[in-house]
Design a binder for this molecule. Structure first.
Ligand SMILES: Nc1ncnc2c1ncn2[C@@H]1O[C@H](COP(=O)(O)OP(=O)(O)OP(=O)(O)O)[C@@H](O)[C@H]1O
Length: 217
């Protein structure tokens, strides 16, 4: 269903992703692992159609997914590092705004993440973990088959990790796909792992070394 072929990405002059590829079927889950800076977030953004790769293809049911990015956006629920909430709006208003695009049910999604009691609080009053739960509620709201989650467990307590496991299982059971970056174990039994190797320290540019010390004063 999802075929990722030879994705290559340069950041500046550095080749961050070098011909990355894998194939996932309905119900599959993939953990993207690797050291800081290995390119996990970059790869998720490519798969979401948010970053154009220098090489390679992403196929959805055999069709070039990135050729029509607005159509691809309808297949994808993307969770970045940022929770992307409008801080002046209440939780319910945030989700209602998001539901305009997807047509999902904000109340049901809040219930699934156990945040219904916070619905009328401005998002700026939510804790870090509560904001993450709100962002995960927005993933549900998208009703999209392909979940692309960048460190979804950031800030979550143990009970919410359990909820997350239930949500992952239901999504996969319904034929959805989960791709998640992580540095910690996630409740995704039978997930495959794709480890990105990361860079050698010697490949990482040191921008200041070209400047004589006097220039820094
Ligand atoms: N906007 C940018 N411009 C240039 N280079 C960038 C930019 N964003 C990231 N990079 C570089 O791309 C590389 C990959 O970054 P990325 O965020 O994809 O790594 P990651 O594997 O998700 O890291 P982490 O585990 O720390 O979240 C990094 O080494 C970083 O230096």
């Amino acid at each position: 269903m999802l075929e990722v072929e030879n994705i290559s990405v340069f950041r500046g002059e550095r080749l961050v992703l070098d011909r990355v590829g894998f194939t996932l079927e309905a119900g599959d889950a993939l953990l993207l692992t690797g050291p800081n800076g290995a390119g996990k977030s970059t790869l998720l953004r490519v798969l979401a159609g948010l970053h154009k790769p220098e090489g390679g293809h992403v196929l959805w049911s055999g069709v070039d997914a990135l050729a029509d990015r607005s159509q691809h956006a309808g297949r994808v629920a993307y969770l970045g590092h940022q929770d992307a909430l409008k801080l002046g709006l209440t939780l319910r208003e945030n989700l209602t705004l998001a539901a305009r695009a997807s047509g999902g049910n904000p109340d049901l999604c809040m219930e699934s993440l156990n945040i219904s009691g916070l619905a009328d609080l401005p998002a700026r009053m939510l804790s870090a973990g509560q904001k993450r739960r709100a962002a995960l509620a927005r993933v549900l709201l998208a009703q999209a088959p392909l979940w692309l989650l960048d460190e979804p467990s950031l800030g979550l307590d143990i009970n919410t990790m359990g909820l997350l496991g239930t949500l992952f299982a239901a999504h996969r059971q319904a034929g959805g796909i989960v791709i998640a970056t992580t540095h910690v174990p996630l409740p995704l039994p039978d997930a495959r792992t794709h480890a990105l190797p990361g860079l050698n320290e010697s490949d990482i540019p040191q921008p200041l070394e070209d400047f004589p010390e006097d220039d820094l004063l």
